[in-house]
Design a protein around this ligand. Structure first.
Ligand code: SF4
Length: 269
């Protein structure tokens, strides 16, 4: 028997929640400057694969797979309460995936007992491709948007912040310029007067061809968030960080910890 129940407190899954990657389709086409050094392109090209061909993966139905044996037989393979990170080698709203998306939404609806997180560079396609029962948003699904520079913030935020989403979350990564969010914080308010935008995550670019991220850009977005009660996370420094006029080359393994040491994180629920 599956662990479906009407109320979360009725969940009887004896297992601990997990963090799970769900790449339901693979392949993408470049959408903007942030895509220049896309890690998926680098990886596919290194093995002679064409990264621009979008294909369904063998993991397509992962969230709704059922255990066929063992003491948890009959439960979903992914435990209740798990955090499922979706579509990390594609874009959930890529046009080549239009025929598969409805089924993907149905799986997410079935697994209301987990959370789903995805990032898109195509917010202009979201409204047309939400499921019929979406209403004002599904609380367990977060669709974040990437704005890697001011140009993309100006283009994507007016569209994104107008969408019916339960969580509005912006990723400025790889950060390629200073970004002024204030016009969009001021223009898009919830009925109670707070900004629609609830969370901002910032990070530099990694990899051998990484572009420079200036620490003053990160600090500026942090200040904007703190002034407006918006949750902020400095995800990673990137490989090249310019701080106080000095360029730091930061090894991959230290990029997360160094960002954390900056002490800028201010996460709110
Ligand atoms: S949208 Fe994401 S997956 Fe697609 S090319 Fe750009 S960086 Fe790569």
């Amino acid at each position: 028997m599956k662990q479906l129940s009407l109320f979360p407190e009725e969940n009887t899954d004896p297992r601990s929640p997990e963090s799970v990657n769900w790449n339901l389709w693979h392949g993408c086409t470049k959408a903007s400057a942030g895509c220049l050094n896309c890690y998926m392109y680098r990886r596919d090209e290194s093995i002679g694969k064409d990264p621009s061909i979008v294909q369904k993966t063998e993991s397509f139905d992962l969230p709704v797979r059922i255990l066929r044996s063992g003491k948890n037989k009959g439960l979903y393979k992914i435990p209740a309460g798990s955090h499922i990170f979706t579509c990390f080698s594609s874009d959930f709203f890529h046009p080549a995936a239009d025929d598969w998306r409805e089924e993907a939404w149905a799986m997410m609806k079935e697994r209301w007992d987990c959370t789903f997180f995805m990032i898109t560079k195509r917010p202009e396609r979201i409204a047309e491709h939400l499921p019929k029962s979406w209403g004002k948003g599904w609380e367990h699904v977060t669709i974040a948007v990437t704005c890697e520079n001011q140009e993309m913030a100006d283009k994507r935020l007016p569209i994104y912040l107008s969408l019916p989403l339960f969580h509005h979350s912006v990723m400025i990564e790889p950060m390629l310029s200073a970004v002024n969010l204030q016009p969009y914080i001021d223009a898009y308010k919830a009925p109670e007067g707070t900004p629609v935008l609830k969370h901002v995550s910032v990070g530099g670019e990694s990899g051998s061809k990484a572009r420079i991220c200036e620490y003053s850009w990160v600090e500026s977005v942090h200040t904007q968030c703190m002034k407006n009660g918006i949750s902020f996370y400095y995800h990673q420094t990137g490989a090249k960080l310019l701080k106080d006029g000095k360029l730091y080359q930061i090894p991959r393994k230290l990029q997360h910890s160094q960002a954390h040491k900056a002490g800028l994180d201010s996460l709110r629920s």
